[in-house]
Design a protein around this ligand. Structure first.
Ligand SMILES: [Zn+2]
Length: 301
């Protein structure tokens, strides 16, 4: 009797803990940084080839992230043992040594050129990670474990609360580039407005990280001729759109069903950073390509 009573009390404790764990997991989307993910995140679909035209994947700031609880793992996740320290290591594809980069020539002109795909014959693709609102602690280990070099287009407003988060990422090979001060839609705005946003962000990133960006991405991928002129005048050599986006562990292709040579892939610093990063690398690997760094393919300054 006593044993049964104790067992049922333990059962009640486990139930209470499960409820608590579920409650914490449900809040996960609203937390900017800090704790480890409770979910194994393997519930994500494998990369699929859904074409979503116009999906720029650019998120709103965290103030409006309340609309993202859908797709959270179910209760079965919490009954699993906690993941070991390197739970993602086995999910990272292995890449061979990337080819020696061959820089492309850029057209001369009053505006910076703009690419969604780098015109290269080399079997490479370019993973880019935008904004910086959500600072998952796993990002550094993922970069180190994978050995992959990525380009970060950081928004000053998004990184302002903790710019130091990005320093070890930079030291692990991430290349920090410009993405404006406040993440406005630049299209149609005056030269001075766009200059303040683009030049201003490049100047601040130089102060924060010791190297001035040479590349940029306009927020939402929206730009006009003024944007490209401003970027050129700010000393930025090229701007970048994308061919694939990654969100919630799913790769979406804007054309075709696989990553092509020279493609630029967009993901963000989001709660599902681990899944998005791994999905992007798996898509690159499945296409027989190797991740490479955008700035290695741009003309040397
Ligand atoms: Zn952005």
């Amino acid at each position: 009797m006593l044993a049964i009573g104790r067992r049922s009390r333990i059962g009640a404790l486990i139930s209470a803990f499960t409820v608590l764990a579920l409650a914490v997991a449900a809040c996960d989307d609203k937390i900017d940084s800090g704790h480890n993910q409770l979910n194994g995140a393997s519930a994500a679909a494998s990369p699929s080839a859904t074409d979503v035209p116009g999906d720029d994947g650019d998120p709103a700031p965290p103030a409006s992230t309340a609309a993202t609880p859908a797709g959270k793992p179910t209760a079965t996740k919490t009954t699993q043992a906690p993941p070991p320290g390197n739970e993602f290591t086995g999910r990272l594809p292995k890449f061979g040594k990337p080819p020696t980069p061959v820089r492309i020539g850029l057209p001369e002109g009053a505006g910076a050129p703009y690419y969604a795909r780098i015109p290269t014959d080399q079997p490479v693709a370019f993973l880019t990670i935008d904004d910086g609102w959500i600072k998952r602690p796993e990002a550094l280990e993922l970069l180190r474990e994978s050995g992959v070099k990525v380009t970060l287009f950081l928004t000053i407003n998004a990184i302002r609360d903790n710019p130091d988060y990005f320093k070890p990422l930079r030291d692990a090979g991430a290349d920090i580039q410009a993405h404006t001060l406040t993440h406005p839609n630049l299209k149609g705005k005056s030269y001075d407005f766009q200059k303040r946003e683009i030049c201003g962000s490049a100047d601040q990133l130089a102060q924060l990280y010791g190297q001035r960006p040479t590349l940029f991405r306009p927020p939402f991928g929206d730009k006009d001729a003024t944007t490209l002129k401003v970027a050129h005048d700010c000393g930025l050599t090229a701007g970048f759109f994308w061919k694939e986006t990654v969100d919630k562990g799913i790769v979406r292709y804007q054309e075709g069903k696989s990553v092509q040579k020279g493609d630029i892939i967009l993901m963000h610093f989001r709660d599902r950073f681990v899944d998005d990063f791994i999905a992007a690398l798996q898509a690159i690997s499945a296409a027989g390509l190797t991740p490479a760094l955008l700035s290695d393919y741009m003309p040397a300054k």
